[in-house]
Design a protein around this ligand. Structure first.
Ligand code: ADP
Ligand code: ASP
Ligand code: MG
Length: 422
């Protein structure tokens, strides 16, 4: 059971989380409860670090930023003990959660099970574990990247063979779009790992994308639930044949994107390799890429990246330009764009989704700046001021507020009939 920041945001909420855990214990289960820091606390700690200056040791950043979770783990354990539930808290290094040394974005390498299992064998009912953190081979604290408690939760569920990984948050499941942007968004009862992975990596922060990747890899059933109500939430699981009946399952957005254009570079083998090699060496997180032929053997290259990477990207490109490795006429950037994506496994078998998406945006007068696609998603880059309008227009266009199960049944009958005819 994982409790996010809002779910442990104050002592009242911690008590409610503890009651939810106790219910499971009362049913005879042992629980690993993974906690986030109280809402806002990780941001506060990051600001503290940044106030010391822009250049800092990433190991010390982690030493500070991991602390929000330590506090909530201890508080939840105390609250449970006061309810007569045998519980204790564990920080990442105590478990231990072994991670890579990529401070601030560490990967979980392994989770030791012996310590926790030994305590369960002695009668402990709840292991309260601080999410988002682990320990490197050098015995330094490492954090897993923003939203990383979800990853801790899925990793524990996989390692301990839990029957379910429940993610308790401030919405009662995964919606067809962020309910803060589309009030008409509809909660999904189920979503496939693949779709959830696309949604999460395209900006739907209800689950951290690496946690979904891990859940898919280890086949961990994940249920996203509200901490504040008793709805059944959304089950993230293997593909259900019925899911394919809808072309689009959801719309994701990512607000803080930027677009960089390298104007007129030579159109010959090796240029793209040099450009993106330099960006990779500077750890710029490049996302969408387009290349347009311009005149006389020259081409424009446009790519998108997070807003905070723009300056690094510009410097990396100016550097290779200065060293004569590439030769461009100009470098343009736009920090006011966002990415909107439609996601659905039904797209594999249904054509026309792109046309519908583009016409919905055109009807609202929204210009598409960059497009990218995969088998189950289409993403566009548009001006940031259009974010809400674009998400709502697409939600309407694909009628995602309607529960299309009934429609699905009709389609399925038609499908069967069509197949028989073939
Ligand atoms: P927690 O602190 O519990 O980890 P997060 O803030 O990380 O919670 O994630 C929950 C938030 O994700 C919701 O409040 C909601 O605004 C946002 N969100 C974005 N896209 C979706 C979606 N498709 N379905 C549900 N929530 C979404
Ligand atoms: N507290 C961390 C964050 O805010 C991890 C998490 O909440 O999942 O990113
Ligand atoms: Mg989260």
């Amino acid at each position: 059971m994982k409790f996010g920041g809002t779910s442990v945001g104050d002592m009242d909420r911690l008590t409610r989380a503890a009651r939810r855990v106790r219910l499971q214990v009362d049913e005879g289960r042992k629980v690993i409860a993974i906690v986030s820091a109280m809402a806002g606390e990780t941001n506060r700690l990051i600001e503290c670090v940044q106030s010391c200056g822009t250049m800092f040791d990433a190991r010390e950043y982690d030493a500070v930023v991991a602390n929000g979770e330590n506090v909530t783990a201890g508080l939840l354990a105390i609250t449970l003990q006061q309810m007569n539930v045998p519980a204790r808290s564990w920080q990442g290094w105590q478990v231990p959660v072994r991670t890579s040394a990529a401070h601030g974005a560490a990967r979980i390498v392994d989770i030791g099970v012996d310590n926790v299992l030994a305590r369960f064998a002695e009668g402990m009912k709840v292991a309260v574990v601080a999410g988002f953190q682990g320990v490197t081979n050098d015995n330094r604290i490492a954090t897993l990247g923003r939203g990383g408690s979800d990853l801790t939760a899925v990793a524990f569920a996989a390692r301990f063979g839990s029957r379910l990984c429940s993610i308790h948050t401030d919405v009662d499941g995964v919606y067809t779009a962020d309910p803060r942007i589309v009030p008409k968004a509809r909660k999904l009862d189920r979503i496939s790992y693949e779709e959830m992975l696309e949604m999460a990596s395209l900006g739907a922060k209800v689950l951290q994308s690496r946690s979904v990747e891990l859940a898919m890899q280890y086949k961990v059933p994940v249920r996203v639930l509200s901490s504040f109500s008793d709805s059944s939430g959304t089950l993230v699981c293997d593909e259900d044949p019925n899911m394919e009946l809808r072309p689009i399952s959801g719309i994701a957005h990512s607000r803080d994107e930027a677009k960089v254009t390298i104007v007129s570079v030579a159109d010959r083998p090796g240029i793209a390799a040099t450009v993106f090699g330099a960006l990779a060496d500077s750890s710029v997180n490049v996302d969408m890429i387009v290349q347009n032929i311009s005149e006389k053997g020259r081409t424009d290259i446009t790519f998108s990246c997070p807003v905070e990477d723009v300056e690094t990207a510009r410097q990396a490109l100016a550097n290779i330009h200065g060293r004569g490795l590439i030769n461009y006429q100009g470098l343009l950037h736009d920090r006011d764009v966002c990415k909107i994506s439609v996601v659905g496994i039904g797209m594999r078998s249904q054509s026309g989704v792109a046309a519908q998406m583009f016409s919905a945006l055109a009807q609202e007068g929204i210009n598409i700046q960059v497009i990218s696609t995969s088998e189950i998603k289409i993403s566009v880059l548009v001006g940031r001021r259009y974010l809400e309008l674009a998400v709502q227009a697409l939600h309407d266009k694909f009628q995602l507020d309607r529960d299309n199960r009934a429609l699905g049944e009709v389609d399925r009958a038609q499908c069967v009939q069509a197949q028989e005819e073939i």
